[in-house]
Design a protein around this ligand. Structure first.
Ligand SMILES: NC(=O)C1=CN([C@@H]2O[C@H](COP(=O)(O)OP(=O)(O)OC[C@H]3O[C@@H](n4cnc5c(N)ncnc54)[C@H](OP(=O)(O)O)[C@@H]3O)[C@@H](O)[C@H]2O)C=CC1
Ligand SMILES: CC(C)(CO)C(=O)C(=O)O
Length: 309
């Protein structure tokens, strides 16, 4: 199976790297600066699951190449439209697009861009970031990529993908309810990135501070109300389930949005909290905590864009 990883950042670099390590036929679609960096240093992964360094196969958007069987779409949401344009020449009639972005609204965008039948569902649980040298630094235990056919269709292609994903150092999990899993992850990341960026702390001190768990729970409840109002396929007890997951996270666990803010980088505020807020407004729901969380991100963006950092 010819696999194209779109974006050799924290997520694409990690999961793509693990597939290369296993011996799969993986190429990274990268932009010129990242290409240069990877040519000079290789793809370096520093991880609690084992370090690795490899010289990856790469292409850039301007190059000619045949189409691929599978694309791991692993850019940030604010690069989605440009990335769609860049990857189009490498997508054929039978290419499967597997998105790993946080959030949900990109599903519609990708279906429109590539056709509904080319898209499968995906998400990941991992704490990973690029350091100053462009190395993939993966911290904490979870390194899980979840994927599946929408409506749990049983297809040949999903069995082929499962085979390609087996036997790596990362957890690749085939889901029978990928729509539900994506909404659940959307809720989880909205809260996790929201509170950690607002309080500028990892999850441990937040949940252990007086009133911390109450705020986290209230925010989950706001998100669940919005999603229920839109008939999203979420579990009835999802807030309890997510609170258990929050309690199980390592004390020092941070969100990728928070790490991006620490670096002064762009963030996915409109794709995550902003999109959920739009859904709340469409149903006239009062979501005060979500509004504060979103405002905090907008203030950061204003400062960031005006180069106050
Ligand atoms: N990091 C994490 O721990 C987790 C992240 N996620 C989600 O995964 C997604 C990706 O996040 P993450 O990996 O952290 O982001 P990064 O910024 O680390 O990586 C994204 C990569 O995409 C590349 N890219 C952007 N546009 C293009 C393009 N047109 N062609 C080629 N490459 C391109 C960027 O390259 P360039 O260097 O050229 O800018 C960058 O290296 C986000 O939606 C995030 O929310 C989900 C779970 C955990
Ligand atoms: C919360 C976490 C680390 C879980 O994968 C995540 O998705 C992110 O920070 O973007």
């Amino acid at each position: 199976m010819r696999i194209l990883v779109l974006g050799a950042g924290g997520v694409g670099g990690y999961f793509g790297g693990r597939l290369v390590e296993k011996g799969e036929d993986v190429t990274f679609l990268v932009r010129p600066n990242r290409k240069k960096q990877l040519e000079e240093k290789g793809l370096v992964i520093s991880s609690v699951h084992g370090d690795m360094i490899v010289q990856p196969k790469m292409i850039t958007a301007s190059e000619n190449a045949e189409t691929f069987d599978l694309v791991l779409f692993s850019t940030k949401s604010y690069h989605l439209h440009d990335a769609i344009k860049d990857v189009k020449p490498f997508v054929g009639e039978h290419t499967v697009i597997l998105p790993l972005l946080n959030g949900i609204s990109h599903v519609t965008t990708l279906k429109e861009a590539f056709g509904e039948s080319n898209l499968i569902g995906g998400l990941c649980f991992i704490e990973t970031t690029l350091n100053h040298d462009g190395e993939v630094v993966q911290t904490s235990k979870a390194a899980r990529l979840v994927y599946g056919e929408f409506m749990n269709k049983d297809t040949d292609r999903i069995h082929k993908i499962k085979k390609a994903f087996s036997g790596t150092k990362a957890d690749f999990v085939l889901s029978e309810q990928i729509e539900r899993d994506m909404w659940h992850k959307f809720m989880f990341i909205t809260v996790m990135s929201g509170v950690t960026s607002l309080m500028r702390a990892p999850i441990g001190p937040i949940r252990e501070s007086e009133g911390g768990r109450t705020i986290i729970r209230q925010l989950f409840e706001e998100c669940a109300n919005i999603m229920h109002a839109h008939d999203a396929p979420i579990n009835e007890n999802i807030v309890d389930e997510h609170m258990k997951s929050i309690d199980a996270l390592g004390y020092d666990m941070k969100s990728s949005m928070q790490r991006d803010m620490e670096k002064g980088s762009s963030i996915e505020s409109d794709h995550l909290q902003g999109y959920l807020l739009k859904l709340a407004k469409a149903k006239h729901l009062s979501v005060q905590l979500l509004e504060i969380i979103y405002q905090n991100l907008k203030v950061y963006e204003k400062m960031h864009m005006e180069n106050h950092f």
